[in-house]
Design a protein around this ligand. Structure first.
Ligand code: ATP
Ligand code: MG
Length: 581
């Protein structure tokens, strides 16, 4: 490809609209352009990266025995109503109406459609297992589209669906996908960590996410892992136990109930203010947070030193919509300002408490009266608990729930893939059954498996870049080599550069030549910015010593060689780079 004939609109400055480095670089380097919030054009270099990733995904999926299909983007609403997700996915579901006022959905995932597809067609256990996948544009009306391709409203995804007759066979199908995912990401140059995750609106029994670990802001997910065993989970799933519960007396052993008293705490609303004022540790305070869950008020209680995890709370309550109650509703319910809510005497709400609360004695809560708190509150004696659940966010340094010996550590990750054990949620709700060996009709056991193609591309940039630009892993680089004649007006430089370019093209190498009549500085900067793995410079060195320069992007080493050897040398370097992945 000649640069002069390719649409690579690099910019001199970082775009103001972008927050994280990978988003900034993809715009600055001329890979993507925004159309509207969460919707992007993929320019030639980006499209090339996406095709590379797609090919890797396709190869590994086919190797695993999955079959490629292509399902419609436009779905009738009835399918989503049958599965229940017309409601549960809520506003993220991209909806539209046709001219007959019929509701339609623009697909963000295809469990309903694929289940409907095989329903009535696959009839016997003999036809199982089946794994169907597609690579397609997905639509989701994300509440906060951001970070470029990381969280778009329109994005590319590979989604696969397995159908099995029994658990044993399903476990094999699931493991095949897990193995394929590790291979896919590795071939894209990305090591991934597999972590337990929440099943969310997808439903089903268990799920895992594949995370690329980064130390930049682009790592949207906090993941927890144990420093001693193999436990790892994302923030919405990770549980922990508190070492304080074991160490400090009175947190696990039953204390005698002391007399509950109301104390005057003027203007002391926050945990810090109350702890200081009452001279109590924050773990002896209990926060009462009022939520609205599907319209109903709920009081959620958690220790003062912990934070509520709203995904856990939502799952525990089994609700669709969850939000903090507005201050007016709180005032009406508690008869006090926000900050003085407490469980004692609170009527007309469901009381859900974190699992640590029943182990806590003689604690402090709000008194449902302005400027007052209650001390020596005991759940067993003073109020009624409706539900106990783990609703807190784990914290670094807390105990590992699996081995009970290690401590939890955290990393930041980008979720590039996801696998779900769906069980029979969709086959049952959509009535998709088969006849098993024993002659009985049974619902399929299903799994679903997603890879974010566009997100994976950007994750690679978030992981591999420096202050000058992108550093692509060779396997997904849009092209491998950029030939850079420093001064295109110089006939010798131009001829040598084009001679190498021609020979490389004849050898089917992926090569770009920067034939623009631009200043050397601009060409070098752009070369680093777009991040192809190898640069071949034809400049002063050639005129003086008859040698061209080979420079690996992201490395400081430069190799010099005569132009006759450059083809073989480049091939060798690229082979070596490929071998890493
Ligand atoms: P997230 O938790 O990030 O919202 P998800 O759990 O909703 O992701 P899935 O439904 O499992 O994601 O989709 C499969 C894959 O598709 C994800 O692992 C991710 O790589 C990608 N993906 C999901 N949502 C988006 C999006 N809005 N933009 C780009 N890629 C996405
Ligand atoms: Mg999502």
């Amino acid at each position: 490809m000649k640069w002069s004939e390719t649409y690579i609109p690099t910019l001199r400055e970082f775009p103001a609209e972008a927050e994280i480095i990978s988003h900034k670089l993809l715009i600055k380097a001329g890979y993507i352009r925004k159309l509207t919030s969460g919707v992007y054009n993929y320019l030639p270099l980006m499209q090339s990266v996406l095709l590379k990733i797609t090919n890797i995904v396709r190869e590994e999926m086919n190797k695993s025995g999955a079959q490629e299909i292509l399902m419609p983007v436009l779905h009738p609403a009835e399918l989503w109503q049958k599965s229940g997700r017309w409601e549960t996915v809520g506003k993220e579901l991209m909806r539209m109406r046709d001219r007959h006022q019929r509701d339609l959905v623009l697909g963000g995932t295809h469990e309903e459609v694929v289940t409907n597809l095989i329903k009535g067609e696959i009839r016997s256990y003999r036809q199982l297992p089946v794994n169907l996948y597609q690579i397609q544009t997905k639509f989701r009306d994300e509440i906060r589209p951001r970070f470029g391709l990381m969280r778009g409203r329109e994005f590319l995804m590979k989604d696969a669906y397995t159908f099995d007759a029994n658990e044993k066979s399903f476990n094999i199908s699931y493991q095949k996908m897990v193995d394929a995912y590790f291979k896919i990401f590795k071939r894209c140059g990305l090591e991934t960590k597999m972590v337990e995750s929440d099943t969310g609106a997808m439903g089903g029994k268990a799920a895992h996410e594949f995370m690329v670990i980064v130390d930049t802001e682009g790592g949207e997910n906090i993941i927890f892992y144990c420093d001693r065993c193999d436990y790892s989970a994302n923030i919405d799933k990770a549980s922990s136990f508190d070492l304080k519960e074991i160490k400090s007396e009175g947190f696990t052993e039953k204390e005698t109930f002391k007399k509950m008293e109301k104390v005057h705490t003027p203007d002391k609303k926050t945990i810090e203010e109350v702890t200081l004022f009452l001279n109590q540790p924050p773990e002896k305070l209990v926060k009462t947070l009022i939520y609205r869950a599907d319209g109903n008020l709920v009081a959620a209680l958690i220790r003062g030193d912990k934070e509520i995890n709203e995904v856990k709370l939502k799952n525990a309550l089994g609700c669709i919509q969850l939000e903090m109650a507005d201050s007016e509703s709180i005032k009406k319910l508690t008869k006090a300002e926000v900050g003085f809510s407490g469980p004692v005497g609170l009527k007309g709400v469901k009381m859900i408490v974190d699992e640590q609360i029943p182990n806590l004695f003689n604690f402090v809560t709000g008194a449902n009266q302005n400027d007052y708190h209650l001390v020596n509150v005991n759940s067993e004696r003073d109020f009624k608990i409706d539900q106990v659940a783990d609703i807190k966010t784990a914290k670094e340094g807390e105990g590992c729930p699996k081995c009970k010996k290690g401590r939890l550590k955290t990393d930041r990750g980008i979720e590039v893939g996801n696998t779900f054990m769906l069980g029979t949620k969709y086959s049952q709700s959509l009535g998709a059954t088969f006849i098993d060996k024993d002659g009985k009709e049974k619902p399929f056991i299903m799994g679903s498996y997603g890879v974010g193609i566009t997100r994976t591309a950007q994750a690679a940039v978030e992981k591999y870049h420096d202050e000058k630009g992108i550093i692509w892993p060779v396997s997904i680089a849009p092209l491998h080599i950029n030939i850079l004649p420093v001064n295109i007006q110089d006939q010798t430089q131009k001829n040598v550069a084009f001679d190498i370019y021609q020979r490389m093209k004849e050898n089917k190498m992926e090569v770009l030549i920067d034939d623009r009549d631009e200043r050397a500085g601009v060409k070098f900067n752009d070369s680093d910015l777009i991040g192809l793995p190898l640069r071949i410079t034809v400049g002063e060195k050639y005129l003086k010593k008859k040698k061209v320069e080979l420079t690996l992007r992201g490395k400081n080493e430069t190799l010099f060689c005569p132009k006759e050897e450059v083809l073989e040398k480049s091939k060798k370097i690229l082979e070596k780079l490929k071998a890493v992945f």
